[in-house]
Each structure stands twice: as C-alpha cells, then as structure tokens.
Design a binder for this molecule. Structure first.
Ligand code: ARG
Length: 572
C-alpha cells in the first residue's frame, strides 16, 4: 500500500469507530512542516454532518486511530485538523525497502490494458512544433503506466488517408519521371508545397490527382504501392524525430487512418441499425441531444457526406470499435490538442450509444494547450512559417552544446556532444512536462536551459551532484541501515516515500507535471539535506546512512526523469 492509502485507510477506520463511518478522511501531505507530515482534514465535514463538535469528534478519532509503527505523534490543530508525524523508524524502513528493490518497492497495480495514442501527425507534411506536445506527453504517460505495471499499447494514429494523397502520389510520379525524386522527398514541406502549386496551376495534373484518389480508395494495387512508398518516406522523417527525442514510437505502433477504410461503411450500417442515423440534406448525420447548437437544437455530427465521403469522426469511430473488438482495451488515452475536445466528446458519446465501446472501457481525451513564442502568440519562425520539429530539436542541441563548451571547455568533443544531446532534448521535454498540460505555455530557450529553477538542467545537475558524492566516497555499504535523526533527513525521507503516490496521481488524471513538481521538490530537499547534514565528513553509521539516503535520491531522480523520457548524466 502506498503511504497515502495506508494513512487514509487508518483514518477511515478511526472515523468509523468514532461514529462517522461515511465520512471522507481527506488525508494529504502537510502544507507546512509545523503541521507534521500528513494532515487528515475530514473531521470538520464529518462533525457537521453529525451535528457534533468537531474538536470533540477529532479527539475520538485520534483515540481510535491506530498508526502504530507508522506515526510517532498525532495532534489536533485548529477546529479539528489531525496532524500526523511519521516515525523515523518507519521512514527508514521504507527507504531501505525502496533501495533494495529495482522498482523502488512500488507495488504492482491492478493491471489494465491501456492504449496511449499519441503523436499522430498527418503524413502529408513534415512534423512541426504542433506535434511536439502530444509526442512528449504521450510518451511520458506510456512510460509511467508501464512502470506501474499496466499492459501498455502505444499507438500512432497517423493521418495517411484522404484527398491530399492523390495529389502527393501524382507529384511523386512526376518527380520520379524527372529523376529528382530522392531530392524532392528530402524535404516534405517543400514537396507538399510544390505538389500544391502543380495542383492549383495545372488542370491535367489536378485531374490525374483526383483520379489517383478514386483509385486509391478503390484499392488499385498500382496506386496503393505508390502511396505506400510516400507513406514510408514520411514515416522515416517522423522516426528521425522520435529517435532524436528518445521517444519509444516505432513502426509497429503505427496504425493510420487508412487502416479503418474498410470499416467505414460498417460504421454507417451499424449506426443505422442502432437507429442513430438521420438523413439530412443528403448527408448521414447523428444528432446528439447532449450537445446543443446556438439555437438550442441537438447538434448534428456528419458521418457520411452527400457525395459518399467519410469524415475524421467516422474514422475515429472505426478505431474505437477496433480497439474494443480486437484489442479488448480497458482504457484508451488520446493525447491530442485541447482544441479537438468537442470532437472527442461527441465521438465518445456516439460510441457509447452505438455500443462501439462498452461502459467498462474508459475513453479519455488528454488535451493540451498551445505552445507559444516569446511574443505570446503561437510559436512560429521569424517569417511566420511553421517550425519544423527536427530543426527545433537540432537548435536545442546546439544551444546546449554552447552551454557545455562554456562551462566545461576541457571536455572531449564526443562527450560534449553527448551532454549537449541529453541536456538540450531534456530541456525541451521538461519545459513542456513541468507545466499543467491544459495551459498554454511560452517556449523560451533561456528559461528552459537555465541551471536554476524548475528545469531539466537543474534536475540533471542535482543528479550528477549526488553521483560525485559517491565518487568521492570511495566505496559505500549498500546494505547499511538508514537511521533518521535530523529534520532535513526526515523531510527528504518523507519526500522519497511519496514517489509511488505521485506516479498514481500522474496515471489517474494523466498529468505528468505532478511528477515534475515532485522531482523538483525532491531535488530541493536534497540540497537542503546536503547543506544541513554533512555526508562525507560524518563517520560510521551516520555516514553510511546518509549515503543510503543520497543513493535513494539518485535512484528516484533517475527513475522519475526516465519516466518523463529524460536521461541523466554521471558528469556534466
Ligand atoms: N492527425 C490528427 C492531427 O494532426 C490528430 C489525430 C488525433 N487522434 C485521433 N484519434 N483523432 O490533427
């Protein structure tokens, strides 16, 4: 059991013994050290419900509260808060257990089959900064869920279907005839732009393109082959980004929109059978009472257009149906821009009504805000164009390289490059993952690469600092008991014990910034401990115990950063 679960359970039992079996214990980490380590704040509400005096009820709860071996002091404060001081021996024992176990003694959760769908760029163009947040947040979520013991399915729902692909295939054929295909495909942005120019300017080209769309949708093998070649090149561009980002998306995780092509007529058929479809001006529409138009009428979601074409929603319905029927998922997490929230809300509602997803299958849209430039407007190049993701990441590495070269000019070239990669990419990821995903955030090189404040370099540096303690220590006893006496030791140990609760909170609401906040807090407490409690200058059992706390801090930082997809360094 996690520390929070344990205390909650005990306070719950005490509330029941004190005559309030239905009350919520409301246990949380104390807001200040004076209030102990944890506070139970549920007594006031319980007293109100029972129409009794809160302090009296608090006394009864404390009298019944069994925290033997967990807390060494429990006090009542204010109108009926219960302040809980954890016992040093209990914290020491938890620390030792975490040190001895590869997974930091984190208990496996009730295993679910969870899909994290993320990145999902449209393959017609190259990945741009708009795909960064989904890719980073999704990857962190997949790592956390996997670490907790879930069966995680990563999914890259790429946009690889639709009318644009006719145009792109037509242009591919043209460049191939001209013998400059390889060069043209080097830069997909330009490839797309040129194809569009041809499409707009040349009627014959546009006709060929339209003809390719029809043949593609009809499954013509010749056109399909050309389309596959284009998709392959585009995916290679994406994979270069994933590699640079150290993101675990591989070819086998790609199942694009095209994969649901054959299911689309089936979706229409099943929606019709379920009595959900209405014909409206030639189109097939599902009207949803739950969503209202401005005139307060049920909102219509188009499933099939008048011309027979299907829509983004239709494909998503096909995907849910597949994810249930074939993959039997318990939970699907869609890491997609918050601006698509209405699409997902409506699509999920249709799924429930049509039975594409049973009630037990959780469908969650994990939205996120916009990445802004320093000017507070959506991030663009100086000339106002979209920023290619690969170029942004290269710039991160270059900037970090400058930093490292200034800080440590004596390092070898290879080492500088390695550090630059780990720090530069880490900084970009952490800048994103340290903010509440729902808010927009300002992308600023100087803040994200700073060695002070809540940044990746700060945390990575905190880690190397601990590593340097071990280099200087020249050997340490990995089995030495942890003994907690000083307040700074205790606070560090409390924070170390909260790792598991933090991960559970991340996994519940899909908020990776809880983990970032936690790691920053931990690094800050380590600094305080490091100043208040000399490690190498102390002796015997005290020294050995402090080294143990340092070792657990390093292990927790490394594991936590790793779950955010950020690497650490032994020196930097
Ligand atoms: N390809 C889409 C885009 O770039 C995102 C896809 C999100 N996932 C989904 N199942 N709709 O906007």
């Amino acid at each position: 059991m996690t520390i929070l679960q344990l205390i909650n359970q005990r306070v719950q039992a005490a509330l029941a013994a004190a005559g309030a079996p239905d009350a919520q214990p409301i246990v949380q980490p104390a807001s200040k050290p004076e209030f102990g380590d944890y506070q139970a704040n549920g007594v006031m509400a319980a007293a109100k419900a029972l129409k009794t005096n809160p302090r009296e009820l608090a006394q009864k709860v404390v009298a019944a509260l069994d925290l033997e071996g967990i807390a060494d002091k429990v006090e009542i404060a204010g109108p009926g808060f219960i302040n809980i001081h954890l016992s040093p021996a209990y914290l020491a024992e938890r620390s030792s257990r975490a040190l001895a176990d590869e997974r930091l003694a984190i208990a496996p959760v009730q295993r679910q089959k969870v899909m994290v769908e993320y990145s999902s760029p449209n393959l017609a163009k190259e990945m741009h900064v708009g795909h960064l947040r989904s890719t980073i947040i999704g990857d962190a979520m997949a790592r956390v869920l996997e670490f907790l013991g879930h069966d995680v399915v990563r999914a890259n729902h790429v946009g690889d279907w639709g009318t644009q692909f006719g145009m792109l295939v037509a242009y591919l054929v043209e460049t191939r005839h001209a013998g400059d295909e390889d060069l043209a495909l080097n830069d997909l942005e330009t490839f797309y732009r040129n194809a569009k120019v041809r499409f707009d300017e040349d009627e014959a080209f546009a006709d060929t393109a339209r003809n390719y769309v029809v043949r593609l949708q009809g499954g013509d093998p010749e056109v399909l082959k050309l389309w596959e070649q284009f998709v392959d090149v585009s995916l290679k561009h994406c994979e270069a980004v994933y590699r640079k980002l150290n993101v675990g998306l591989k070819r086998e995780h790609v199942r694009g929109e095209s994969a649901y092509n054959d299911d689309l007529p089936v979706i229409v058929k099943e929606l019709r059978e379920a009595g959900l479809l209405t014909e409206d001006d030639g189109a097939q529409v599902v009207f949803l009472e739950e969503f209202r138009t401005q005139e307060d009428k049920p909102m219509g979601v188009i499933i099939q257009k008048k011309d027979g074409g299907y829509l983004y929603t239709t494909t998503d319905l096909g995907a849910v149906r597949y994810r249930h029927k074939v993959l039997h998922l318990d939970r699907v997490i869609y890491v997609v821009d918050a601006r698509q929230s209405q699409h997902f809300a409506q699509m999920f509602t249709i799924c429930r009504k049509a039975g594409f997803a049973p009630a037990g299958m959780s469908l969650e849209h994990v939205g996120f805000g916009v990445m802004m430039g320093d000017d507070g407007k959506p991030f663009k190049t100086r000339s106002g164009g979209t920023v290619k993701l690969i170029e942004l990441l290269e710039e991160a590495e270059e900037r970090a390289y400058q930093l490292v070269s200034e800080k440590n000019p004596e390092l070898g070239e290879e080492e500088k490059k390695h550090i630059a990669r780990v720090v530069g990419i880490g900084a970009v990821k952490y800048a994103d993952l340290s903010k509440n995903r729902m808010s927009d955030y300002i992308f600023n090189w100087d803040t994200m690469l700073a060695f002070e404040g809540n940044t990746a370099p700060y945390l990575q540096y905190a880690y190397t600092r601990v590593q340097s303690v071990f280099r200087k220590a020249e050997g340490y006893d990995a089995a030495a008991p942890v003994v907690i006496t000083e307040p700074a030791e205790k606070q560090l140990a409390v924070a170390l014990a909260q790792f598991e609760d933090t991960l559970l909170a991340v996994s519940d609401g899909c908020y990776p910034h809880y983990l970032s906040q936690y790691l920053y807090h931990l690094a800050t407490l380590f600094s305080r401990f490091y100043e208040a409690c000399p490690i190498l200058k102390s002796e015997g059992a005290v020294r050995a115990s402090r080294l143990q706390l340092a070792a657990l801090t390093a292990k927790t930082l490394r594991t936590g950063l790793g779950l955010l997809g950020i690497e650490v360094l032994d020196t930097m």
